[in-house]
Design a protein around this ligand. Structure first.
Ligand code: NAP
Length: 353
């Protein structure tokens, strides 16, 4: 089978197409014929050799942690009813025509959701839904989303709005700002403007009035959440979702209301926001980090099923800014790094499916 392999740490050109033996499902595994492969920003960083402490891969390796496709075979001890099912799955080495996965990993894709859309939700959808769950975003919360025009940001806008939050989306440039407005953001700030922090303060405005229990938003991913906006300061966010890190992330931390929640789960700038934990404690800000979005298998499956159901119901639309054939994985990485695209990049392994 064909796969895209990183032959050495480096630029996009280190990704080349190779022929590898077809994988065979072992006991407890399924074989997935991949239709589309998800790509995420961090894969470009791992390819350069960054974050080796967290992602201990050594070249040559096949990148890719999420696919959508069809189960074509099962190993010993696995229910043969899986064969023929359309699924998404977390996998190792997803930039390939075929992959194996533990039979506990796949989530069935509902009718009405095409496999490309499903692939776009494997990481971003699950992480976005999980983030809103553990930061307990509720009706009336003012939520500031950094990196709002990216693969996950575009989903966060839609899912946070569905919870009744007031979304202030931070994006870069006019085209990306227009997209996030179209997706339902209540206000948009352009981070390429020098005064974006002031503009964000204005957009965040006053906290919503304290809610009665009847107003409390229902958490569709399980449990209920309580609105805390009534206690928050003017011109601040009850929840900040920082998918970019660095100086932008730090500026957004200053925009977090005392008693609010701040999630530093992204580092496309090269590093997570270096938030002062003592200051956060003094201000009563609850900090979340990259560790909080490493979900166990059961939670990931529940979140997967949730976002796929939302897509099937027409309530969630991933934004796929570009598609590349598997054989052009290097161009896909170059496009992600080029920062001109909106939304996410998907690799078409079997384009017609
Ligand atoms: N997707 C997941 O499941 C997942 C899981 C855990 C953590 N995360 C983290 O969340 C972040 C967002 O992920 P994603 O998949 O949504 O990525 P993405 O689609 O590529 O979006 C990345 C965002 O970061 C911005 N960005 C890129 N380079 C930047 C730079 N040098 N300085 C400032 N902003 C920059 C981009 O906006 P502009 O280029 O327009 O500025 C874009 O909005 C990543 O750090 C990722 O590692 C994602």
């Amino acid at each position: 089978m064909r796969a895209a392999q990183v032959k050495a740490f480096g630029g996009p050109e280190v990704l080349t197409t190779v022929e590898l033996p077809d994988p065979v499902p072992g006991p407890g595994e399924v074989l997935i014929e991949v239709a589309h492969t998800d790509t995420i920003f961090v894969e470009t960083q791992i390819r350069t050799g960054l974050f080796r402490a967290y992602f201990p891969v050594e070249p040559p390796y096949v990148p890719g942690g999420g696919v959508a496709g069809t189960v074509t075979a099962v190993g010993a001890g696995v229910d043969p009813a899986w064969v023929g099912r359309r699924v998404t799955s977390f996998v190792d080495g997803g930039y390939a025509e075929r992959v194996t996965a533990p039979a506990t990993a796949p989530t069935p894709v509902p009718d009405g959701v095409d496999l490309r859309t499903a692939a776009a939700l494997v990481h971003d959808g699950v992480t976005a839904a999980g983030l809103l769950e553990h930061t307990a975003v509720a009706a009336g919360d003012r939520v500031l989303i950094l990196g709002a025009s990216g693969g996950m940001g575009t989903l966060l806008i839609q899912l946070a709005r569905a919870r009744g939050a007031r979304v202030v989306a931070a994006a870069r440039g006019a085209r990306k700002s227009a997209l996030v407005r179209e997706l339902g953001a209540d206000a948009v700030v352009d981070v390429s403007e020098r005064d974006w922090v002031e503009r964000a303060r204005e957009a965040l405005g006053r906290p919503a009035p304290a809610r009665t229990p009847e107003d409390t938003a229902e958490d569709t991913t399980g449990g209920t959440t309580e609105n805390t906006a009534g206690d928050a300061a003017e011109g601040a966010a009850d929840v900040v979702l920082d998918g970019v890190g660095g100086e932008l992330g730090l500026a957004a931390f200053a925009l977090t209301a005392d008693g609010g929640r701040f999630s530093a789960h992204g580092a496309p700038t090269g590093g997570f926001a270096a938030v002062d934990a003592a200051e956060a404690e003094r201000r009563g800000v609850t900090l979340f980090g990259i560790g909080d979005v490493q979900f166990g298998e059961e939670r990931a499956r529940r979140l997967s099923a949730h976002v796929l159901a939302q897509a099937a119901a027409g309530r969630l639309r991933p934004v796929i800014g570009a598609r590349f054939p598997l054989t052009e994985a290097a161009a896909a990485h170059a496009a992600i790094e080029g920062r001109e695209l909106v939304g996410k990049v998907v690799l078409d392994v079997r384009p017609g499916v």
